[in-house]
Design a protein around this ligand. Structure first.
Ligand SMILES: CC(C)(COP(=O)(O)OP(=O)(O)OC[C@H]1O[C@@H](n2cnc3c(N)ncnc32)[C@H](O)[C@@H]1OP(=O)(O)O)[C@@H](O)C(=O)NCCC(=O)NCCS
Length: 168
């Protein structure tokens, strides 16, 4: 019998090209029609394999969701950047390739990220998402997040509202 291995692990430099591809697919799928086309394409192109190779060396912790050898998604995490919020940790990004969404894998990657922050001594954590990103909002609410903060993100031609969720 064949078993399907699903693993959340730290990214290695040799994962860089696959993470870049997962980032591209996920961001274009999630943000087309929300973030203006030009800045979205610039953000995707900037994060090529070389960019991600550097990212595997910090400062943020980079985790990958490895499904039978395929990088199905990634998460980056570290210290909370918003001084006004008392939570210690932050998940900066959590993204899955579109074809792996809605299967419970995001919950798994999120749970591992949260556990890792806790094991590093973080009390509480924050996650931000764009207000128009309905799927992300539903996901963070379902994961027990409380939306208590708001901010604006500048995309050159357009400013978009973002929502900060806190978790205990
Ligand atoms: C947000 C994201 C990480 C969630 O991962 P996922 O694997 O799709 O979500 P899961 O299947 O683990 O869902 C967990 C729970 O979240 C909620 N949820 C997730 N997607 C949902 C949807 N489209 N509609 C309603 N509820 C949803 C549900 O409560 C679900 O639990 P259930 O299936 O038992 O009802 C993933 O969909 C993704 O990468 N989206 C695009 C990028 C993005 O928006 N990232 C966050 C920006 S910081």
């Amino acid at each position: 019998m064949k078993t399907l291995s699903i693993d959340v692990r730290r990214a290695e430099p040799q994962d860089a090209a696959a993470i870049s591809e997962a980032h591209r697919a996920s961001w274009l799928h999630a943000y087309a029609g929300i973030i203006p086309h030009k800045p979205l394409m610039q953000m995707v192109q900037r994060r090529d394999a070389a960019w991600w190779r550097k990212a595997t060396r910090g400062p943020a912790t980079l985790l990958v969701l490895d499904v039978a050898g395929v990088i199905a998604g990634y998460a980056t995490l570290g210290l909370n950047r918003a001084r006004a919020l008392p939570q210690d940790g932050e998940i900066y990004e959590i993204y899955l390739r579109p074809e792996y969404q809605g299967l419970g894998l995001g919950r798994m990657l999120f749970g591992e990220s949260k556990r890792l922050l806790k094991s590093l001594g973080c009390e509480g954590m924050v996650v931000w998402c764009l207000e128009e990103s309905e799927m992300a909002e539903r996901f963070f609410r379902a994961a027990g997040g409380v939306d208590i903060a708001e901010g604006m993100e500048d995309f050159g031609e357009k400013e978009l509202k973002k929502v900060g969720f806190i978790f205990r």
